[in-house]
Design a protein around this ligand. Structure first.
Ligand code: C2E
Ligand code: CA
Ligand code: CA
Length: 731
């Protein structure tokens, strides 16, 4: 029963609509009104021309008074023209939520005044008198209708003037006027339809005007179906009743038509037509209403997804930036009181690793709620991952951040969570919110791994480093194009013989402004901004080119190992890129080793697994870089097929003093051998380390002891001098 009731209430439009849906339908109505206004204007202009030629000119030539004739024969048309024009203009320039501008105010004010003046100068002569072809009933109906319209117009004129004046002085929106516009259109159209159809009634033929107007209202304007049905139903009933008056009183003597009997037939035929037409119109109204509502809902979804972050329901970053830009522009007074925050969740990666992504997501949603509670009234959003941004006032900021930190802290009693917040104080109202957030983010980055420090402000001392970062981001393309990016080569040797068996390719950025930049300065930045693939692609190409040149020159060559960032596999088809470079420079795949760090492989991202398999299938040697520096090393060993494990240099740091460190390395090497993998230890700086590693069976060594990363020419110089001996079995 409830379901049936629900369905009916839905069908007839009794259900509550959201503000958005109401607004959507309202906007659609306003648009429709501008089309209707246009039609009315054209129609009335045509009528005015017609009246002028057919009535006014002949009668004027016959000695009539021009003004009187004018009022008598055109006043109705001017009336409709005026309303049509006013509404058309109003609706044409309509914009949701727009304050009343000066131009709009003047337009509306003049329309209102014109309406009032027009009705004030009307003379009674323009009323219809009963006579030859017009019965007293018809004349009084027409006059009553005309009076109604005049009164209505006068009231509208007064209301528009007062209302507009009031809203203009108070700097407010003019929503009510929009409703008035729509209602006025509805009434005027229906009145016009009834009026014209009735006054020109000719054996049922001019019913067309009534039906056209009813169609305008029923199909162009969207009211709730029950409202449309009520309004249209009343019109149909009323019009039908009026028509029936023909039966008794009216005879078309002038045209010599015998009415009784014939007219009876026409009217009963019409009555069936009315009912059928009314029913089909009602059905169309249902369809249009529900169609529009569906559209409204869809557009709401779209609009929502354009503004909202899907996971947390907070604003997304791009919408935040838009709103923040607006707020910043409108700021006055002390700009420094306004601050942009970048909040990063401390230790979130660990939380995600241990609790899983679903739990991670749940935490982020909760974090959004904390943020909404604490920064109520401020502007905030989720930027990406576990990064949130806020635009707020400095007043009470630290208390708020402490409260937020406490909440985050208490979320999980095993994994230590917290916040790192960077703040940037605005200095003018021309600042770009994205740049400001970026500075706040930079500041937050400075305290990333400090659990105790939750807040830091961006200041002058950070500015230099920050600009360097910006410079890197903005100049990566230049650096590639102008070959500021250069491959350096660090020797890798056989631990048994100390002979050169390979070189790791390490990037250097020889900058015209900053001089030589090291990877720790540009790699993390490029990764953060997802630009790292540009660098890597360039480095791979430069290294392949160097190798080709050496081969062409008949120099001894050793395999090169290339560093792949995890993002390379996301941002480009890294394997295809590499393979086409190898093909382009005609380099044997065995001369290229691919280094991937274990942290890149921790989650089983399908694309990565596929890429690793392809690397192996194509015949490149796959090396696991920085083994032992992350969490899940052993799983990585199980899941992927590596040829060589590069043991992280941190294992060597206390090799001499720590028995434990020595045992650990020994075990790692034995384990690797058991699963058919070779080993390389990085960061070898002393003879003692090298001897030990050789003793425990580590195959390859790399470190300052054998050479720092150096340009290609320096490498060849060392080979030529005999400081480095190229092994004859490098593979
Ligand atoms: P990595 O792949 O672990 O490279 C080894 C780093 O250790 C190099 O630093 C190297 O100079 C340094 N190193 C080598 N032997 C010793 C030693 O005996 N003692 C000490 N203290 N350090 C040693 P570098 O060149 O600064 O590179 C740092 C990191 O930057 C690299 O670590 C690698 O992860 C990344 N990287 C370098 N070039 C590229 C590149 O072209 N693409 C990508 N994606 N990453 C690169
Ligand atoms: Ca490496
Ligand atoms: Ca390494």
């Amino acid at each position: 029963m409830n379901k049936v009731f629900g369905f009916i209430s839905h069908l007839f439009g009794f259900e509550r609509l959201s503000q958005y849906e109401n607004d959507y339908l309202h906007d659609a109505n306003i648009r429709s009104c501008s089309y209707m206004g246009f039609i009315v204007v054209v129609l009335e202009a045509w009528m005015l021309v017609r009246q002028t030629y057919s009535k006014i000119i002949p009668k004027y030539q016959a000695g009539g008074d021009l003004f009187e004739l004018f009022v008598k024969y055109t006043s109705k048309y001017w009336l409709f023209l005026l309303i049509g024009l006013g509404l058309m203009l109003f609706c044409l320039f309509y914009q949701r939520d727009q304050k009343l501008s000066k131009g709009k105010f003047i337009t509306l004010f003049s329309i209102g005044t014109a309406c009032m003046l027009y009705t004030a100068v009307l003379k009674l002569e323009s009323f219809t008198k009963a006579g030859d072809s017009i019965t007293p009933v018809m004349a009084s109906i027409m006059n009553a209708m005309l009076i109604l319209v005049y009164v209505f117009l006068f009231v509208i004129g007064v209301s528009i003037v007062t209302y507009v004046l009031f809203k203009y002085l108070k700097n407010k929106n003019i929503v009510v006027l929009e409703h008035v516009a729509i209602i006025a259109f509805t009434l005027v159209c229906l009145a016009f339809g009834i009026f014209v159809s009735y006054s020109d009634f000719w054996g049922g033929k001019e019913i067309i005007c009534f039906l056209t107007m009813v169609l305008y209202v029923g199909c162009l304007l969207i009211y709730r179906p029950y409202v449309t049905i009520l309004i249209l139903g009343a019109c149909f009933m009323g019009f039908y009743k009026i028509l029936l008056t023909y039966q008794g009183g009216l005879t078309f003597q002038k045209q010599d038509i015998v009415i009784s009997g014939v007219t009876q037939k026409i009217i009963s035929g019409d009555s069936v037509n009315y009912v059928t037409f009314f029913i089909s119109l009602a059905t169309i109204c249902f369809a249009i209403y529900h169609g529009r509502l569906k559209e409204a809902r869809k557009s709401k979804e779209l609009e929502k997804s354009a503004k909202e972050d899907q996971l947390t329901g907070l604003y997304n970053y791009s919408y935040f930036s838009e709103l923040a830009a607006d707020r910043i522009r409108n700021l006055s007074g002390d700009f420094g009181e306004n601050v942009l925050l970048f909040i990063d969740v401390h230790n979130f990666k660990a939380f995600n690793d241990q609790r899983g992504f679903e739990e991670g997501d749940r935490f982020l949603v909760k974090f959004g709620e904390y943020l909404s509670d604490i920064f109520r009234g401020s502007l905030f959003a989720r930027q990406a991952d576990d990064h949130f941004v806020v635009m707020t006032k400095t007043d009470g900021l630290l208390e708020k951040l402490n409260a937020l930190n406490e909440l985050v802290h208490g979320y999980d009693n095993e994994i230590l969570l917290g916040i790192n917040c960077g703040a940037y104080h605005l200095s003018s109202n021309t600042e770009d919110p994205r740049m400001s957030i970026d500075r706040a983010r930079y500041a937050a980055h400075m305290i990333k791994n400090r659990f105790q420090t939750i807040y830091i402000e961006y200041d002058k001392t950070m500015s230099e480093a920050y600009h360097k970062r910006l410079y890197i981001i903005n100049n990566i393309d230049n650096a590639v194009k102008n070959a500021w990016i250069v491959p350096f080569y660090q020797p890798v040797v056989w631990s048994e013989t100390g002979e050169l068996c390979g070189c790791e390719v390490l990037a250097r950025w020889m900058d015209p402004v900053y001089g030589q930049l090291f990877p720790n300065e540009f790699i993390p930045v490029l990764e953060e901004y997802r630009l790292i693939h540009k660098l890597d692609k360039a480095i791979f190409e430069f290294a392949c080119r160097d190798l080709r040149a050496a081969l062409d020159a008949g120099r001894p060559v050793v395999p090169i190992s290339l560093n792949f960032s995890r993002l390379d596999f996301e941002l480009m088809d890294a394997v295809t890129e590499l393979d086409s470079l190898a093909a382009k420079y005609n380099i044997d795949r065995a001369l290229i080793h691919v280094e991937v760090t274990e942290s890149a492989l921790t989650d089983n991202f399908t694309k990565l697994v596929e890429a690793m398999n392809r690397i192996k299938e194509l015949g490149y040697s796959l090396w696991l870089d920085d083994f032992g520096s992350g969490y899940s090393s052993l799983n990585v060993l199980k899941d992927y097929q590596f040829d060589v494990i590069k043991i992280d240099m941190r294992f060597l740091s206390n090799l001499e003093s720590s028995e434990k460190a020595r045992t650990l390395i020994d075990c790692i090497i034995k384990m690797a051998n058991r699963i058919n993998m070779l080993t390389l230890t990085e960061g070898v700086e002393t003879e003692v380390q090298a001897e030990f590693l050789n003793k425990v069976g580590c195959n390859r060594l790399q470190g300052y002891l054998f050479g720092k990363p150096m340009p290609k020419d320096a490498l060849y110089e060392r080979i030529e001098k005999g400081e480095l001996v190229v092994s004859d079995k490098c593979l």
